[in-house]
Design a binder for this molecule. Structure first.
Ligand SMILES: [Mn+2]
Length: 319
């Protein structure tokens, strides 16, 4: 990869990592998959533009095998070679939710079948439903949602799936051993009865305020131990000032450091087998903050995941 050339040059791939759209012959550890989809949105749509804008923002941070030095952690992250590939986008069929979801699930399954961790960029939050479906082969799998909203709405349109119901949908899938929901606050789409159903299901609910008050170390202690983790990040988990480009931005949210420490802690707790970052709607953010913080969040999480992989491989080699 010609990383000596300026970020503005070349074909726009996530983090300037190599493009690998043949999902049957993937090599590496993490496969980025875009989902330009927003048919699950009843209010402000536009998340179909998310993947392209996130990719564009991410090129500025493409460091190749050099990685980058983190002065807080005093370590170099993302310096592993040939670990991340950009798999392009899932095939979206305009107006056909079922076909689109089937294609998304197939795309994610293909990446997993090749032994890679899917890093999915949405798309509205309904796309996490086919992503979650694709994870049915993992045992002892917990889902951690980082989001301002509970996303346990009952869909009021028969046969229609919206971005307000992915966590309810996941609770019905039967292959998640635990559910944790962090960052809840403010005016959400879910009703009081939905919160009660989430609790009855056994979901651990932590509001943004609770997370702030107890501190991230305590939050990490509270997350149940699992062998495998799937993390679904709604960009509106961030405070409205950090991510205005989304359909339902909300004040009182997480800051970047909190998100970063949370993701680092999760990567250290168990094996992250998939993650997605959803709900970036760039057109509501002329300053372009939102796709940028989305790209940085994904890159950081990838750095933590690869660092953990490196540590566990070293341990295995020593044993
Ligand atoms: Mn959501």
């Amino acid at each position: 990869m010609e990383n000596s050339s300026p970020p503005i040059t070349g074909i726009c791939t996530f983090g300037r990592y190599p493009l690998a759209t043949d999902l049957k012959t993937l090599k590496g550890t993490i496969g980025v998959l875009g989902i330009p989809y927003d048919m699950g949105v009843g209010f402000l749509s536009g998340t179909r533009l998310g993947p392209r804008r996130i990719r564009e923002a991410s090129t500025q941070y493409g460091r190749g095998e050099r990685g980058y030095y983190d002065p807080d952690k005093k370590t170099v992250l993302l310096n592993q070679s040939n670990q991340i590939v950009d798999c392009g986008d899932a095939e979206i069929v305009t107006g056909d939710q079922e076909a689109s979801f089937a294609n998304i699930e197939k795309g994610v399954r293909n990446i997993i079948d090749q032994g890679l961790i899917p890093a999915v960029m949405g798309g509205d939050h309904s796309v996490s439903i086919p992503v979650a479906r694709a994870l049915s082969g993992f045992d002892d799998l917990a889902v951690i949602q980082i989001d301002a909203h509970l996303d346990w709405s009952k869909t009021n349109l028969p046969g229609k799936i919206t971005n307000g119901c992915p966590m309810r949908a996941m609770s019905e899938m039967g292959h998640f051993s635990h559910m944790v929901q962090i960052g809840l606050r403010g005016m959400g789409s879910s009703l009081e009865a939905d919160f009660q159903e989430a609790l009855d299901y056994g979901s651990l609910l932590l509001t943004a305020k609770e997370a702030r008050t107890m501190g991230i170390e305590r939050v990490l202690e509270k997350i149940p131990s699992s062998k495998h983790y799937y993390v679904t990040i709604d960009i509106d988990a961030y405070d409205i000032t950090l991510a205005p480009g989304t359909g339902s931005p909300m004040p009182g949210g997480l800051d970047f450091d909190t998100m970063s420490r949370l993701l680092e802690g999760i990567a250290g707790k168990g094996e992250v087998v998939a993650f997605d970052l959803v709900e970036v709607a760039p057109q509501y953010d002329p300053a372009g903050i939102t796709p940028r913080i989305a790209a940085l969040t994904m890159l950081q999480f990838m750095g933590f995941i690869l660092k953990e992989k490196e540590i566990s491989t070293n341990k295995e080699n020593q044993e």
